[in-house]
Design a protein around this ligand. Structure first.
Ligand code: DAT
Ligand code: MG
Length: 144
């Protein structure tokens, strides 16, 4: 069993895709154990994307994630990290296969509907940015 992090980005929320994203994760056998609708602070946005600091797209990425509400979530299941990445599709929607969230609903790389942790290390770093006060999630993460 793995625990991972995903988030519907502002474009996904604006396009009424919150339910669609969750439906696809659940259909893939994943269980939602943490979920909320929230708006990031600049501080948290910069923390989430700290690994991209200095890249040419970093400023746009931070502005975009601050442009509206987001839906962060914690998911568990077998191979949860890889499953989330598979359900999301490739980073660039132009490369994303049909049947993936990004392949079906996104048009450009800067607005690609969902975020998903790329490793257990990333999940462990990203989840507390959003769910630090949740004891159940914290206990689950400590077991990973
Ligand atoms: P992913 O979201 O698939 O994990 P990533 O971690 O490499 O991809 O990048 C984080 C986000 O940054 C990505 O979802 C969209 C944006 N991004 C990545 N590469 C980009 C690029 N070349 N131009 C514009 N935005 C980019
Ligand atoms: Mg990433």
């Amino acid at each position: 069993m793995e625990t991972t992090f995903s988030m519907v980005k502002p474009d996904g929320v604006a396009k009424n895709l919150i339910g669609e994203v969750i439906k696809r994760y659940e259909a893939a056998g994943l269980k939602v154990i943490g979920l909320k609708l929230t708006k990031l602070t600049r501080e948290k946005a910069e923390e989430l994307y700290s690994i991209h600091k200095g890249k040419p797209f970093y400023d746009d990425l931070v502005e975009f994630i601050l442009s509206g509400p987001v839906v962060p979530m914690v998911l568990t299941g077998e191979y949860a990290i890889a499953k989330v990445r598979d359900v999301m599709g490739a980073t660039d929607p132009k490369q994303a296969a049909p049947g993936t969230i990004r392949g079906d609903f996104a048009e450009e790389i800067g607005q690609n509907i969902v975020h998903g942790a790329d490793s257990l290390e990333s999940a462990k770093r990203e989840i507390p940015i959003f769910f630090s006060g949740d004891d159940i999630i914290r206990a689950r993460l400590n077991k990973c």
